[in-house]
Design a protein around this ligand. Sequence first.
Ligand SMILES: [Fe+2]
Length: 235
Amino acid sequence: MTHRLPKLPYGYRDLEPHIDKRTMKVHHGKHHQAYVDNLNKTLEGYPELQSKTTMQLLRDLDSIPEEIRTSVRNNGGGHANHSMFWPSMTFLGGGGPDGNLLDGIVSAFGSFTDFQEQFSQAAVTLFSNGWTWLCVDDDGKFVIVTTQNQDNPISQGLIPILGLDVWEHAYYLKYENRRAEYVAAWWNVVNWGTVTGSLMAAGMRKSADHVSDWAKNTWSQLEDGWSKLTKPKDS
Ligand SMILES: [Fe+2]
């Protein structure tokens, strides 16, 4: 399949004042588009890989031909990570989780406040470009991890349910070098409903044998669901 840039489920200015229009427009329209274009170009001549979702590609990078592995890792990761990032935010965001999501967070980190502090600390102190994630591990427990560049936790066998982009391109136009301010502002736009949906999808993994099965069965469903959430808007 040809990978496509997903539409945003909100307008470019809708996350202001926390994330500004100019950043969103460049981030989505230029950076994410470039990952999509480069991934499609990379997969030219590899029809057996073109039918896979990005998460299927990323969960078993060793199976990717060596000559394109780094490009798939970077551009496939960039496409997957940003596709997950956009719907994890909303102008109706903020607040906190409830239900099983809150239970899992409290169980793993003590409280929602403790989770926020640990997640923020990981995001602020991550050296250079990368992502901070809330993931579900093999035992169904929540863990916070960071990845460099565009690496996705699924390559480590973890299922990501929330990711924060801390590349400079995600915040520099508004916050310059003040990453901590960006991280603090981001909590105001987190879409906990989307995170809950990802957790439910991750729960399906319990009936699957491996992460690969989860990725095969679930990621495409998630992408499909996200696409239905979107509305074309360029404001
Ligand atoms: Fe980004």
